[in-house]
Design a protein around this ligand. Structure first.
Ligand SMILES: [Zn+2]
Length: 408
């Protein structure tokens, strides 16, 4: 089997479905192109001899029964949906890699001892409806119909109507249980960062998904005339923000990797040239792979922000609205992947993921790990998202080798 040719052909084939005239790919949950893509994957899975089925909400599965331990399943896959004007690899490469790896293994070694399954998950991105991880959450029985019953997309189309239009309904109550046959889940995904590329590596063995805390902070001082208010009489919230921001980033740099800290949104009011800004709203996104470090860093930061504002006579409101703990990957599977890529002579590193993935939803329930392939210039969620073909092929080989270790 010519993997190079197969990877190229399959990425090209699926990328036509949802190709957006305004750039890149747009394949939103329960849209026409989404359904078409799932059906194209289904046809592929059947072509390579897998038995296929959809669950109630549109997660697609392909299965090859194991010869000796059919009741133990090794699963691989990713999500089929994209962001608006996204690239051709985020998500779907993990689906393609999974079925190509299975095809490669079956052609070379025949039927596996354990069952092999591929999953093409319905949704991960949250780009059409205000919900994320709909696919993986349903797979691990964590999704509830109440979560989506009242939500709609930006055009007012209700989630439930879009789902039914595609021929799906909620997973029936009698089927809502956690499967007990899954012995491992491996997700391969593009890195969406530039660590592998900068280090000249082809494969990332992911040992952890970073936890994250997100805040919205409001500083309330006093808006005043920029000409008549002497410097000593001001409650300038931009000045306060700048002190907080620069000190916080220095602290983050001092602590170093893998901590990352971002002040992504800053909105001073009234945002006018000749008025002292009386209010400033800003956000903080902080991530780390160790929960204790994440917590202590951000707790210290909260205290520092409060002190700084108080000293300047400025009121501060700190709203922590996302607090997600890091998710470690399964140590044994990480070691298996490492062994495989070492044996195959690949240049690799063990690393964490700074971005969220389906694997973090699945990991608390089943032994889970991830493999990364490099992203050119670290670009993702963008039509320019790209990975060298040779690197994609190395990723498929790493995945196939790992599935072989686990299922044969
Ligand atoms: Zn993704």
């Amino acid at each position: 089997m010519d993997l190079m040719k197969q990877v190229q052909e399959n990425v090209d084939l699926l990328s036509q479905i949802g190709s957006d005239p305004t750039g890149g790919m747009t394949r939103l949950l329960y849209s026409k192109s989404w359904l078409e893509a799932q059906q194209a994957v289904k046809a592929k899975l059947e072509e390579i001899g897998m038995e296929t089925r959809f669950d109630g909400i549109g997660n697609l599965f392909g299965r090859i029964e194991g010869s000796e331990l059919p009741e133990e399943t090794i699963l691989s896959g990713s999500h089929i949906d994209t962001v608006v004007n996204g690239g051709t690899l985020d998500g779907q490469f993990g689906v393609i890699a999974a079925y190509l790896a299975v095809q490669y293994l079956v052609e070379k070694h025949g039927q596996p001892r354990r069952s092999l399954e591929v999953i093409s998950m319905a949704e991960e991105e949250g780009s059409r409806f205000p919900t994320v991880f709909w696919g993986s959450k349903n797979f691990v029985n964590e999704a509830k119909p109440e979560d989506v019953k009242d939500i709609a997309d930006s055009k007012g189309v209700k989630f439930v109507d879009a789902m039914r239009e595609c021929g799906f309904d909620f997973i029936p109550a009698e089927e809502q249980k956690l499967r007990d046959d899954i012995k491992a889940f491996i997700e391969i995904h593009i890195e969406q960062g530039n660590v592998l590329e900068n280090e000249g590596l082809q494969v990332g063995v992911v040992n952890s998904i970073a936890g994250q805390r997100r805040y919205t902070i409001t500083l309330s001082g006093q808006a005043n005339h920029a000409g008549t208010t002497p410097m000593g009489y001001r409650k300038d919230t931009v000045y306060c923000f700048s002190k907080i921001c620069s000190e916080a980033i220095e602290r983050a740099k001092t602590l170093g990797d893998p901590l990352v800290l971002t002040f992504g949104k800053v909105e001073p009011k009234p945002n006018t040239v000749n008025v002292v800004p009386g209010e400033t709203l800003f956000t903080i996104d902080c991530r780390h792979t160790d929960n204790e470090t994440l917590k202590s860093f951000t707790t210290d930061l909260e205290a520092f922000m409060t002190d700084t504002a108080n000293e300047m006579g400025i009121d501060i409101n700190i709203d922590l609205w996302m607090d997600e703990e890091p998710v470690p990957m399964d140590e044994e599977i990480v070691q298996t992947i490492e062994k495989v890529v070492k044996e195959q002579g690949m240049n690799y590193r063990v690393m964490h993921s700074g971005a969220g993935h389906d694997a973090q939803i699945i990991a608390p329930h089943y032994p889970t790990a991830m493999i990364f392939t490099p992203s050119i210039n670290g670009i993702s969620h963008n039509p320019a998202e790209e990975t060298k073909l040779e690197d994609l092929v190395e990723g498929v080989k790493a995945l196939a080798g790992t599935l072989y270790e686990l299922a044969y």
